[in-house]
Design a protein around this ligand. Structure first.
Ligand code: BGC
Length: 773
């Protein structure tokens, strides 16, 4: 754990330069706008330790799978979001000496991520080996107002010398992915143009043939006077530069502006890329940096209006939750149903940048409440578009009749994960995808989604479960063998309670959803029946029979659902018995030892109780929570949030808060020593859930928004902005009361501590005793 980020409500601040922390900071200070993003690499040359990262959403390379022992059904490749061309690069030479913070004496150094307005600012002073002293103020951002644009203003002051500055502004496409399986470079240069007005480098990804143009316009002013740049100063592969050499005098300021775009053939005809890039870059330059930045601030103001959380009395917590919200909004804006949320977003290469079950299980609730409805809808449509691939994927494994198995990891619908115990066995992801459809409709009321897209997906998933179970003559029940639950610390187990419970629910929900569509639109229903070749009577009867008679292991002795058949055969020890030197287990123990132990990586039974909480009484929840949490090491970032929400439900505010702390500053304080690889974007949605579903107890039941709030002792109050079915609300919770501000004219019926209230426009305050104040 580190503790070098200064707490401030709206800003993430690093002061002083420590090269050992640089890769961590490069992750933390990352920028993005849903379409592209970047780690916080320095603009000027840096020869110290760094992970270069520029990413364009949806542009990937199918890196050929590398495994020890090939198994039928393995995917051919692992899709990787690519490290793309660097556009903000600058080389500064002072009388021939390169400015490189690795070689200078760095004086004042400060990085600030301004989350309110959405930009990164870095200031430093440095003394070069020659004794020349300089000062730099660099500001940059990826516009969310115009997601084709990124901009930089780099201001350079010669403090104590006069001399010659050679400045090179470049696009460098000769980049690699650090995690490439065969040490290959993934891009070929296609085209380069320098029209005297800007530089344009088009590159094509190998195999996938995505064309991406990086366009750049650089404007340099010396003390306000424009300096002409010469193009093509250095001829290198996949590299385009413009440069100028001029004299500077002590005290003079050089302003460098860079306006960049990254456009891909996903969104434009390849033949139009050049023209579009010229248009985008020139329009941005014509507006100028300050106007673009004010548009950015306005766009972020809207985002905060829709989804801010305010915590009073705890600055570190305030900063952390804003950081989580900020990063989620930088990663996914929901405009394009072909894009999704990689566990690392635009902040690193790990996890390949693809989609996991994290999206449905963790991220959907955040976007449902804090973004326009089409944002979460697009996340669902993403899976609808992959339905055919999910059916093919299941066929590869031997399933038939339209059974769909969604991939564990994907970019375009094809499976990328190639560890058999996860690829073939961690099939609970199918359940999360179905649950997200239910969750979306429960929140938005948009049941029309079922007939448009949802039902087809549910049919494919139900068919999968139908074929994945088998009848046990011994148990006289349906069993599900050879699975891995969310707890990846045991594999190839039988009857994982969570997976089987989800399967049961999916089978029931598919039948129910079919009924809803049929009742609402017979014609569309017939179309779906024809398209999916659904044998209604027979298949519904099968699904229902399985749901009614699926084996769900239970321990009478402990009064808990059993994580899997063999769980109690394991030596039962508690996490509190583990010496600190054994943790984290995944770094200290052999895999063999982990698999045979009873220790649990992340919420498993409890994940199911979280999804279907209304099916279980508090006593049952308490028993399961006490039993499983004491065996859980929380070595997935996705774990603490579910525990926080359940602890809150169990009225254990203290523990709810403890779990919350583990998720909220996970990256800012580098809890797991892995922030340098990139941020844990998907678990950030879990942090949001811990506050809204945990502390505020927000739920939607029977079309009604409900709250059972409590205030963590450490806070004076907290409040959050959400949208619910067209109504924009601000919910504030303090020691005595909950206040709801309805920002629309519609009266909303809200349940607070199990009592319904009409909430008209304006503020309504209800005390914890249930009285209107
Ligand atoms: C977790 C998975 C998760 C993945 C990506 C793993 O460590 O166990 O549940 O999907 O990380 O976040």
């Amino acid at each position: 754990m580190k503790n070098y980020i200064q707490a401030e409500e709206w800003n993430i601040i690093e002061e002083g330069f420590d090269p050992h922390l640089n890769k961590i900071s490069e992750s933390i200070f990352s920028l993005g706008n849903g379409r592209m993003g970047q780690r916080a690499n320095f603009e000027e040359t840096y020869t110290g330790d760094s992970l270069q990262g520029n990413y364009v959403a949806g542009v990937y390379y199918p890196d050929k799978t590398r495994v020890g022992w090939w198994k039928n059904g393995y995917p051919e490749y692992f899709a990787k979001v690519l490290n793309a061309a660097e556009w903000m690069g600058l080389e500064l030479k002072l009388d021939g000496e390169v400015v490189d913070l690795n070689l200078c004496k760095v004086g004042e150094f400060k990085r600030v991520l301004n989350m309110k307005e959405g930009y990164l600012e870095r200031t430093f002073t440095a003394e070069l080996l020659s004794g020349k002293q300089i000062k730099v103020i660099a500001k940059r951002f990826f516009s969310i107002a115009d997601d084709e644009i990124a901009a930089l203003h780099y201001q350079f002051v010669a403090l104590n010398f006069s001399g010659e500055l050679t400045l090179t502004s470049f696009i460098d496409g000769d980049v690699k992915n650090q995690d490439s399986n065969y040490d290959e470079k993934f891009w070929d240069e296609l085209n380069r143009i320098q029209d005297g007005n800007g530089s344009y480098l088009t590159m094509r990804t190998k195999k996938t043939a995505f064309d991406v143009i990086t366009g750049l316009k650089t404007i340099v002013l010396n003390n306000g006077e424009k300096i002409a740049l010469t193009a093509g100063t250095e001829i290198k592969d996949k590299y385009l530069a413009e440069a100028a050499t001029f004299s500077i005098t002590a005290g003079e300021t050089v302003d460098i502006y860079k306006f960049a775009t990254n456009l891909s053939s996903q969104n434009f005809e390849s033949s139009a890329l050049q023209e579009e890039a010229v248009k985008a870059v020139n329009a941005a330059a014509a507006k100028g940096f300050d106007v673009l930045l004010s548009e950015q601030a306005a766009a972020w103001a809207t985002k905060w209006e829709e989804g801010d959380i305010i915590i009073e009395g705890d600055v570190a917590a305030q900063q952390a939750i804003r950081f989580n919200i900020f990063q989620l909004n930088q990663t996914y804006t929901g405009k394009d149903a072909r894009l999704n949320i990689g566990p690392k977003g635009f902040t690193g290469e790990k996890y390949g940048g693809s989609t996991y079950w994290d999206t449905e299980a963790y991220c959907i609730p955040f976007y449902l409440s804090t973004a326009p409805q089409e944002v979460s809808r697009n996340l669902l449509v993403y899976r609808y578009k992959h339905l055919e691939k999910a059916i093919e994927n299941a066929e590869k494994l031997g399933f038939s009749n339209g059974a769909a198995l969604y991939p564990m990891v994907t970019m375009n619908g094809e499976e990328c994960h190639n560890e058999w115990e996860i690829t073939f066995e961690e099939i609970h992801r199918n359940g999360a995808i179905a649950f997200a459809i239910f969750n979306y409709i429960r929140y938005t009321g948009d049941s029309g989604y079922l007939k448009e897209y949802g039902l087809e997906v549910l049919i494919g998933i139900a068919r999968f479960w139908k074929q994945r179970v088998n009848w046990s003559i011994d148990k006289k029940q349906y069993v599900m063998l050879g699975v891995t639950g969310p707890n990846e610390y045991e594999n190839n187990i039988n009857n994982n309670w969570y997976t089987s419970t989800l399967a049961q629910w999916c089978l029931q929900y598919a039948v129910e959803a079919a009924g809803i569509v049929k009742a609402g639109d017979v014609e569309r229903y017939s179309e779906i029946v024809a398209k999916t070749a659904l044998k209604e009577e027979e298949e519904f009867a099968d699904w229902t029979a399985i749901a009614e008679n699926i084996y769900l292991p239970y321990s009478e002795e402990h009064g808990v659902f059993l994580q899997q058949d063999g769980y109690l055969d394991k030596e039962q020890v508690l996490v509190s018995d583990l010496p600190a030197s054994s943790r984290p287990l995944n770094q200290k123990w052999s895999w063999d030892r982990i698999l045979r132990s009873c220790f649990i990586k992340q919420a498993d039974v409890l994940q199911g109780m979280y999804f279907f909480e209304d099916n279980y009484d508090m006593e049952s929840l308490r028993r399961n929570f006490d039993f499983y949490e004491s065996r859980t090491v929380h070595e997935s970032s996705l774990s603490p949030c579910v525990h926080s929400i359940l602890a809150a439900k169990l009225n254990d505010g203290k523990r709810a808060y403890e779990f919350y702390l583990r998720t909220s500053r996970l990256d800012l304080d580098d809890y797991n020593n892995d922030t340098e690889d990139g941020l844990h974007i998907t678990s950030m949605a879990g942090t949001w859930m811990s506050i809204v579903e945990g502390f505020a107890g927000m739920r939607v039941r029977d079309n009604q928004l409900a709250f059972t709030p409590f205030l963590p002792e450490e806070w004076t109050s907290f409040s959050f902005n959400i949208g619910f079915r067209g109504v924009q609300l601000k919910v504030k919770i303090n020691k005595e009361a909950i206040s709801i501000i309805n920002n629309t004219k519609d009266v909303l019926d809200i349940n607070i501590f199990n009592k319904s209230y009409d909430i008209p426009e304006g503020e309504t305050v209800i005390s914890y005793k249930g009285q209107l104040v």
